[in-house]
Write a protein that binds this ligand. Structure first.
Ligand code: ADP
Ligand code: AMP
Length: 223
């Protein structure tokens, strides 16, 4: 089977994690969630975590020197040999260029960039109501509530609100997205790699549309 190397692109709260969990649930593709890796480092108090924390709390991007090597290591890993799904990386053009260079060195190509289009007002509603479990499983108090209030359906752990999902930080993250990450839409569109999705649709509809596109990409890659 041909490898599938995918990027999930879109503003914070667009539904990348919700859909990434679904697309990779069968374990065939290595799922690399940059935000989760950084939050784990902060929690463990590693050198990376100590350096990254202030940027994350402020809603800024963590510097490229800390992030690029970390993610490219995962792309080069044995686990990503049959393909990967990158969530939260690249987040600026320099990161996109670093990924291109690493893939070229490996003799591999990007298969596609799945872009979730969601307007800012909707993002604010989504992030304000987002709750996450200890393992990073994603819920929404209104749009995707757990079966029992405040606890994860899967492991029963208490759900928490991320520190950076508070209103002031949400606005900052959106500004950072428009300024630094959005240029990647044109970057990939010019190369014919961009696939747009209406991220305002309910999760099941977005998932169905994504799966259709991913199946087509698999078929195209196989011929
Ligand atoms: P991202 O990974 O892009 O930051 P998430 O997947 O964490 O976004 O989604 C942000 C919030 O929006 C979560 O609370 C999630 O439950 C909710 N959500 C995700 N997709 C949808 C959707 N299609 N419709 C409504 N709410 C959604
Ligand atoms: P996320 O979980 O994707 O919303 O990311 C949470 C935070 O982690 C961001 O606001 C950034 O501070 C940091 N972060 C995640 N991915 C990156 C990246 N590719 N480059 C720099 N910082 C990142």
């Amino acid at each position: 089977m041909a490898e599938l190397n995918l990027i999930l692109l879109g503003p914070p709260g667009a539904g990348k994690g919700t859909q990434g969990e679904r697309l990779t649930a069968d374990g065939g593709l290595e799922y690399v969630v940059t935000g989760n890796i950084l939050r784990a480092a902060v929690k463990e108090g590693t050198e990376l975590g100590v350096q990254a924390k202030a940027y994350m709390d402020a809603g800024d991007l963590v510097p490229d020197e800390l992030v690029i090597g970390l993610i490219l290591e995962r792309v080069r890993s044995e686990e990503a040999h049959d393909g990967f799904v990158l969530d939260g990386f690249p987040r600026n053009v320099a990161q996109g260029e670093a990924l291109d260079a690493a893939l070229a060195e490996l003799g591999r190509d990007l298969t596609g960039v799945l872009y979730f289009d969601v307007p800012d007002e909707e993002i604010v509603r989504r992030l304000s109501g987002r709750r996450v479990s200890q393992t990073g499983r994603i819920y929404h108090v209104e749009f995707d509530p757990p079966k029992a209030d405040g606890v994860c359906d899967v492991d029963g752990s208490p759900l928490i609100q991320r520190d950076d999902d508070k209103p002031e930080t949400i606005r900052k993250r959106l500004a950072v997205y428009h300024e630094q990450t959005e240029p990647l839409v044109a970057y990939y569109e010019q190369r014919g790699l961009l696939h747009r999705f209406d991220g305002t649709k309910p999760p099941q509809e977005v998932e169905a549309h994504l799966r259709k596109t991913v199946s087509t990409l698999r078929l195209e890659d196989a011929v």
